[in-house]
Design a protein around this ligand. Structure first.
Ligand code: ZN
Length: 239
């Protein structure tokens, strides 16, 4: 599978706390464990030409993983549209953490994608609520993250097609942390964890879920329909 990991890559350059955790950027950490799992992985970042997402890169990407936070507005409108178009064509999309507010995700959802949040070192316990789903492979009843940013309901997304995880936070909130959507021929997996000041993407179970999510989101050769005016397949008898 050809995976592209896209990262805004700004916090790591501007905040020493984040640089300490992800010295080469969040994208390299994510690309690292996906490569170990046997995939062809490339990375792309906001400040590259065309954000690293040329037509050719998108055309050769089976699954795009997206992390962004403080610079969603700097993502070029045309490139966000091109990514959306590729998802409709069948490219898988894994949307991580604060990318709930990315142009790409909001375009595909059609809602505000807003939520509650708090940075207070909450413990997060994320429960599997769909134990038959392949995205939960290798995970126990729940996974726990010692300290994370809290995301709380209401999360303004369309009703997910499948709800995979629900998080509980120490401060009392809950959140739909793993949810899937289909748009056109494309599959989308939203996965909540990964605030930049915590080492969340080194957590083996979090890595397993992202890996499972990418595998699930890959198009497996489903039909491409032709739209518009259609010639009959059978001879239509005269009435
Ligand atoms: Zn965050």
């Amino acid at each position: 599978m050809n995976i592209t990991v896209w990262n805004e890559y700004r916090h790591e350059k501007e905040n020493p706390v984040v640089a300490d955790i992800y010295p080469n950027g969040i994208h390299h950490t994510i690309a690292g464990f996906l490569e170990e799992a046997g995939h062809m992985v490339r990375t792309a970042t906001l400040d590259e030409e065309q954000h690293g997402l040329t037509e050719e890169v998108l055309a050769n990407t089976d699954v795009l993983v997206w992390w962004g936070h403080k610079a969603h507005d700097e993502v070029d409108e045309d490139i966000a549209e091109a990514v959306k178009h590729r998802v409709l064509e069948g490219m898988g999309l894994v949307v991580l953490h604060s990318a709930h507010f990315s142009k790409v995700f909001r375009k595909l959802m059609g809602t505000t994608c807003d939520l509650k949040w708090r940075e207070a070192d909450d413990r997060e316990r994320m429960w599997v609520v769909d134990p038959a789903h392949p995205i939960t492979e290798g995970i126990g009843q729940y996974l726990e993250i010692d300290k994370e940013e809290m995301y709380g309901e209401h999360f303004d997304i369309p009703t997910p097609e499948e709800l995979i995880f629900i998080s509980w936070f120490e401060g009392g909130e809950v959140f739909r942390s793993g949810a899937t959507f289909k748009r056109g021929r494309g599959k989308i997996f939203y996965f909540r964890p990964g605030h930049e000041t915590y080492p969340t993407y080194y957590n083996k179970e979090v890595q397993q879920v992202i890996q499972n999510g990418a595998k699930w989101a890959q198009n497996i050769g489903t039909p491409t329909h032709i739209y518009g005016n259609a010639d009959p397949i059978e001879n239509i008898s005269e009435k």
